[in-house]
Ligand binder design. Sequence first.
Ligand code: COA
Length: 330
Amino acid sequence: MRGATILGTGRALPPRVVTNAELTALMDTSEEWIVQRTGIRERRFVDPGTGASDLGAEAARVAIERAGLTPKEIQFLVFATLSPDLFFPGCGVLVQEKLGMDTIGALDVRTQCTGFLYALSVAEAYVKAGFYDHVLVIGAEVQSTGLELSTAGRDVSVIFGDGGGAVVVGPSEPGKGILSSHLHSEGKHARELMVEAPASIEHPRISKQMIDDRRHLGFMNGRSVFNHAVRRFPEVIHEALAGNGLSVSDLSVVIPHQANLRITQAVAKSLGVPPEKVFSNIEKYGNTTAASVPIALDECVEEGIIREGDLVCLAAFGSGFTWASSLIRW
Ligand code: COA
């Protein structure tokens, strides 16, 4: 079987920077609390009228160009987001239209923080199987329109930000590019990190009462998320290495989902790698959910942190709970 590799990367961040000081003016929090607990100093929020599909399309344009391709040469696309422009249809079809692509298949993935890695595994499988030659993979989020910017929502709202990232996956020689993907879920924790409404289980699925009860806003059991994340990240990275007969010392860089700086630091410690081998940019963007891994990957490529021949591990953990890794020989 042929290999599958990343041919180009791109990212899109809205220009509007929102500092911790700005949030401090809106709720009972402090610069110190946010930085100490999360490592975040600022994040980006979109201006009204920009959706996840816009950030995704912008990042995709860059990734396609860097792959040396045009949108017409993309044969399939996968879009991961928990914040779609519409309840349905998903963002995939919106990107197909925005980029003027042919009437290709457009698949939406909704595994939240691990969405990009699930989406990447779909592209990997299609390309390795020879089904498609060029698959676009996008992770993009507009979190800001779903945040409660007041003291009642402070535990969630200081963490999240908006952004988009994309890659193009294409064929490679075997043993080069994406070596393997490892995907997991444990649905008994579904309600530990969720947005409940609109909910098809309710009649009607959204009501004024539900809004008054704040059921349309994010709920997070922060402690539970933290405790599971620090266990699952190292576990799924070890799984990827073992599956390829490699070890931690072979790793050039780990790019984890940017959940929280303390989680990233705990992952580095647990793996026994120096902190600088575990990439972090959370201080600039906050947690951008499905967008965080492709944004970080694009920055690593641009800054020369990843070079040809490097062994790169992408890893994520989040709502579901879901967790995943992807091991790449660059
Ligand atoms: N500013 C100030 N105080 C805040 C706050 C904020 N933005 N948010 C919550 N608090 C308060 C709480 O009300 C609580 O107060 P109380 O003790 O009087 O009840 C206290 O801070 C909670 O403190 P603590 O329990 O020490 O928080 P923590 O150390 O567990 O940190 C998180 C909270 C959310 C930062 C932490 O649990 C975490 O990182 N979880 C993982 C979150 C994550 O990564 N989510 C994304 C998943 S992909």
